[in-house]
Design a protein around this ligand. Structure first.
Ligand code: PLP
Length: 387
């Protein structure tokens, strides 16, 4: 039995392996120097106390005859779906529990959603962006079209009436550029999708990093978005769940009069057995007032790191994007991004991620992240300033 031919169309995933190899080679030659990574795409602060408490008490509960739980509902426990619905109510968006599907994180659903659509469709994907959208669509045998994110459009591409697509991916705030759409930009995409019959897959994994109160944190802030969009979100970056694994996907009932919601429910019931009870209890704890307060404290720490990096670049007169509503800073590096990687490593012993790793449109740019410790971020910023 052969592996699907579509896998032959994937480009080798060498980005982080190549970064690690170059860093290891440098360290082997310079064992005395301290290398600081501003390339980390994962959170580093420990879990917040309300989450730890909820994990402990749910584990205790599972250890009793009365509290033991086996298989849970595939779409998530009502207590968590209700908490997510309440979170959206706080954004002025009304959702039914049936429209919310608890997931083991955003990455799975971003690819799994393709299960309910025909193969060979056209996906419109921003370039540069989080690479999983492109690879999931290639695996499904889909055709790709790109929405070019450029400095000229503030890395926020707008719809082009000449481009036809079945599925449109939008990532806001964007990884890696840090750019976030305003209401006007999102409305343009919603109008385009409604006019063309396309479905928007909206990745809101970084919505909680948005500081600018005028920016939407969900696509459902746009009237009628429920007729053309699903939203995929995650507790990974919002509350440090990258290791615990929990997120959610909103599939509105208005989408094709409930057909998409029913198909997704069916898909989940066949291929997914739900998120662990104790993890869902931990996620529920995030949505309490104390949980959100503690999670936001961690986000404030990362955002301050982003500010430190941004200020160093400003001082050096380097053009950059992001950093304000996102943990990512997207800097213009003025040379091929791998060349800049080597230069930064060799002259400042600082590691980042070459923009080319996020798509052809990322060439000439470089991603720095806010997830290292304050101490290391300050030191890296000083080294960049001295470069
Ligand atoms: N979406 C974007 C834009 C991301 O950058 C990431 C992870 O880095 C994910 C989704 C995956 O998140 P999760 O941990 O929820 O699978």
């Amino acid at each position: 039995m052969n592996v699907s031919k579509t896998f032959e169309n994937l480009t080798p995933s060498y980005l982080f392996a190549e970064v690690a190899a170059r860093v290891a080679a440098y360290k082997a030659q310079h064992s005395e120097s301290k290398v600081i990574s501003l390339g980390i795409g994962d959170v580093t602060l420990p879990l917040i106390p309300p989450v730890v408490e909820a994990l402990k008490s749910a584990a205790e509960e599972m250890g009793t005859r009365e509290g033991f739980r086996g298989y849970g509902p595939e779409q998530g426990y009502s207590f968590l779906r209700g908490a997510v619905a309440n979170y959206y109510a706080g954004k002025g968006v009304s959702l039914k529990e049936e429209e919310i599907f608890i997931s083991d994180g955003a990455k799975s659903d971003l690819g799994n959603l393709l299960d309910i659509f025909p193969r060979g469709i056209t996906a419109l994907i921003p370039d540069p962006v989080y690479p999983a959208y492109v690879d999931a669509n290639i695996m499904s045998g889909n055709k790709l079209a790109y929405a070019k994110a450029l400095p000229e459009n503030g890395f926020l591409p707008m719809p082009d009436a000449a481009v036809k697509a079945d599925v449109i991916y939008i990532c806001s705030p964007n990884n890696p550029t840090g750019a976030a759409y305003d209401m006007r930009g999102l409305k343009a995409w919603v109008d385009y999708a409604l006019n063309t019959g396309a479905l928007i897959v909206y990745d809101a994994a970084y919505e909680r990093f948005i500081s600018d109160k005028t920016l939407p944190t969900t696509i459902f802030s746009v009237p009628d978005a429920k007729y053309c969009a699903v939203e995929v979100c995650s507790l990974s970056k919002m509350a440090g769940f990258t290791g615990l694994r929990c997120g959610w996907t909103v599939v509105p009932e208005q989408l094709q009069s409930g057909v998409v919601n029913a198909a997704w429910l069916r898909r989940q019931c066949v291929k997914f057995n739900g998120v662990p009870y104790i993890v869902q209890r931990a996620a529920q704890a995030v949505f309490t007032p104390e949980g959100l307060l503690a999670a936001d404290k961690n986000l404030a720490y990362y955002k301050e790191n982003a500010c430190i990096i941004a200020n160093a670049l400003k001082e050096k007169g380097v053009r950059y994007f992001g950093g304000e509503n996102s943990p990512y800073i997207w800097m213009e590096c003025g040379m091929p991004s791998w060349e800049y990687f080597d230069k930064l490593l060799n002259t400042a012993q600082v590691v980042g991620t070459p923009g080319a790793g996020f798509g052809a449109g990322g060439e000439g740019f470089f991603r720095l992240t806010a997830f290292n410790s304050r101490e290391n971020t300050l030191e890296a910023a000083e080294r960049i300033k001295k470069m």
